[in-house]
Design a binder for this molecule. Structure first.
Ligand code: HEM
Ligand code: HEM
Length: 187
């Protein structure tokens, strides 16, 4: 069965705001993250680390709320027709992005807890979620960087496909709820 793709025009205003605020905060984390790890300690370095940790912490909760909203709000899809495997690949890519958008900040927060480096702005600290252990902190930061890299690769592919879908333009409108009902009983 062919299934239509979605364009951002098919999403509610709330979903669009979630998408663009998440995208902007996520994209900002890269230049901040890469720059701060190259800096020698000083007030600018402290500021960049604080900005990175607080933006990432905000993003973690934003994505959890966004995912909860998304699971309760099906989208009416009007994009060009996709083969079943293609539709499923798109869904899998989106849920992989969601999973990584949770795992990346979570490993950052775990690493900062293990490294006992939780200070943000105004003398505030993020809550510690695991006991301090420097060796574990190094391993967690390594995982954090690796997952962040995997996420940026998937997001680059996502942006490429999104642009292609945008150029293809809209077709028939089909809701996800209707697509679920069309599935054969064995699916
Ligand atoms: C900057 C250029 C971007 C464009 C043009 C773009 C465009 C789109 C479009 C058209 C969709 C709907 C596609 C569909 O449902 O089949 C979408 C969905 C999505 N985008 Fe993006 N996007 C961009 C950046 C990002 C970034 C940086 C992220 C991650 C932080 C992201 C995460 C997502 C997710 C998770 C979905 C799935 C939404 C859902 O159905 O729940 N996007 N995007
Ligand atoms: C989606 C959110 C996040 C993204 C995309 C992200 C991305 C990155 C990147 C690209 C780096 C540089 C990696 C390297 O070159 O070694 C980095 C480092 C770092 N991140 Fe994040 N990060 C996020 C959230 C967080 C959070 C929530 C925290 C802590 C609460 C955090 C704490 C750190 C720390 C302390 C480093 C430096 C690690 C080191 O010195 O090796 N990050 N992050």
């Amino acid at each position: 069965m062919n299934r239509p793709a979605a364009s951002l025009a098919d999403y509610s205003l709330t979903a669009k705001i979630f998408h663009w605020v998440t995208a902007a905060a996520f994209l900002a984390q890269f230049p901040i993250g890469f720059t701060m790890v190259q800096m020698t300690s000083g007030s600018l370095s402290t500021f960049m680390y604080s900005l990175h940790k607080s933006t990432g912490f905000f993003l973690l909760w934003l994505v959890i709320v966004r995912l909860a909203y998304r699971l309760r709000n099906p989208v009416a899809r009007r994009g060009s027709k996709l083969a079943d495997w293609h539709y499923r690949a798109t869904q899998a890519a989106h849920y992989t992005i969601y999973a990584l958008l949770i795992l990346v900040p979570l490993t950052g927060w775990l690493g900062a807890s293990a490294y006992a480096s939780l200070e943000i702005f105004g003398g505030l600290n993020l809550p510690s979620i695991i006991p301090a252990n420097e060796a574990r902190g190094i391993w967690l930061f390594w995982t954090h960087g690796l997952l962040a890299f995997a996420l940026i690769v998937i997001v680059a592919v996502h942006v490429g496909f999104a642009m292609q879908g945008y150029l293809d333009g809209p077709e028939d409108s089909v809701s996800e709820a209707a697509l679920e009902q069309e599935k054969p009983a064995s699916a």
